[in-house]
Design a protein around this ligand. Structure first.
Ligand SMILES: Nc1nc2c(ncn2[C@@H]2O[C@H](COP(=O)(O)OP(=O)(O)O)[C@@H](O)[C@H]2O)c(=O)[nH]1
Ligand SMILES: [Mg+2]
Length: 302
């Protein structure tokens, strides 16, 4: 909706800006937008707006850094998942399996003295994964455990859970029991393990970081716990956007518009919807229409 005669460079940056999933990325692309901005009569107001937006985002980063100090520099960024479990249960291995990180992996005890970070990507949705120092170690930052959105309790045997549970009493996030190293089990042992998980009513996944079995199932489960939907936008006559906009489940058309930028929903004349929440493709819907995962919306301006 930027109608002040900007060039392709500007629009390319704007697109990246719209689909950024964290503040740092947003700042980067907004700076690009400002750099490639064409100044002329009638575009000054918009440039000023962009600069205000940039300052606000920078302030947000600064505030976050201050909070981060108490947490040994780890700032919660979007959806945060913490790995907890005994030493050698395979937390570092798991971090490297589901993210872009390459942490130290070893059979020695207490290799992870500091928290390590990675980003998981599941079909365009990102989550921050934090591999924590082992339970009991004095480096363990409990504020991370307690405030994480989700905890993966990484174990080799189910009896390890009793001890872990003592450390996560105050944890607010969802919990997924991740039973690792199932490559060491035969079919019968695996079935038995599965039966125990079910009878204890655990929210669980069996995985192996070696054979990679269960890894995708785990990523999917994390995505489900995030409770978000992916909504694609589309310009008339063009393909849908490559990257989705991520919103909480239950969001409506207005929420999508406002996430693009504040006030945008007021500039919309008509919205066309194609996807799981629609009765048919290209359905005309109102701002209050509740969206579902993988919907595509097309906005027509006033
Ligand atoms: N057989 C098998 N070994 C594993 C698996 N995952 C990790 N390991 C091994 O377990 C040991 C500890 O792994 P690591 O990821 O460092 O555990 P952490 O202490 O919890 O971070 C290493 O020797 C890994 O190679 C798995 O799925 N199967
Ligand atoms: Mg480790």
């Amino acid at each position: 909706m930027s109608s002040t005669n900007q060039g392709p460079e500007y629009f390319a940056a704007e697109k990246k800006y719209l689909y950024s999933q964290n503040v740092e990325e947003k700042v980067f692309w907004l700076e690009e937008m400002i750099r490639s901005f064409k100044k002329h009569k009638g575009s000054e107001k918009m440039l000023a707006e962009l600069k205000t937006r940039l300052n606000k985002l920078r302030e947000k980063i600064e505030k976050g850094k201050k909070v981060g100090k108490g947490r040994k520099g780890i700032r919660k960024e979007g959806y945060q998942v913490c790995l907890v479990g005994k030493t050698n249960s395979g937390k570092s291995s798991l971090l490297s399996r589901i993210t872009n990180a390459s942490p130290k992996i070893s059979g020695n005890k207490f290799t992870t003295a500091q928290a390590e970070l990675g980003t998981m990507d599941y079909e365009g949705v990102r989550a921050q994964i934090v591999d924590l120092p082992p339970l009991k170690s004095k480096e363990l930052d409990y504020s991370l455990v307690n405030t994480a959105d989700c905890l993966l309790l990484v174990v080799e045997k189910l009896n390890e859970l009793d001890e872990i549970n003592n450390y996560i009493i105050k944890a607010l996030g969802k919990k997924i029991v991740v039973v690792n190293k199932v490559d060491k089990l035969n079919e019968k042992e695996k079935r038995k393990l599965e039966e125990s998980c079910r009878s204890e009513r655990l929210n669980y996944v069996l995985i192996s970081c070696v054979s990679r079995e269960g890894i995708n199932e785990l990523k999917k489960k994390i995505f489900k716990e995030m409770d978000v939907i992916r909504v694609y936008t589309k310009e008339p006559g063009k393909e849908k956007s490559e990257k989705p906009i991520i919103l909480p489940s239950g969001s409506n058309v207005r929420d999508v518009a406002e996430s693009i930028y504040k006030g945008f929903s007021k500039q919309i004349n008509e919205t066309r919807l194609t996807g799981p929440s629609g009765k048919f493709s290209n359905q005309k819907v109102g701002l209050k229409h509740r969206l579902k995962d993988k919907d595509v919306v097309e906005f027509h301006g006033k």
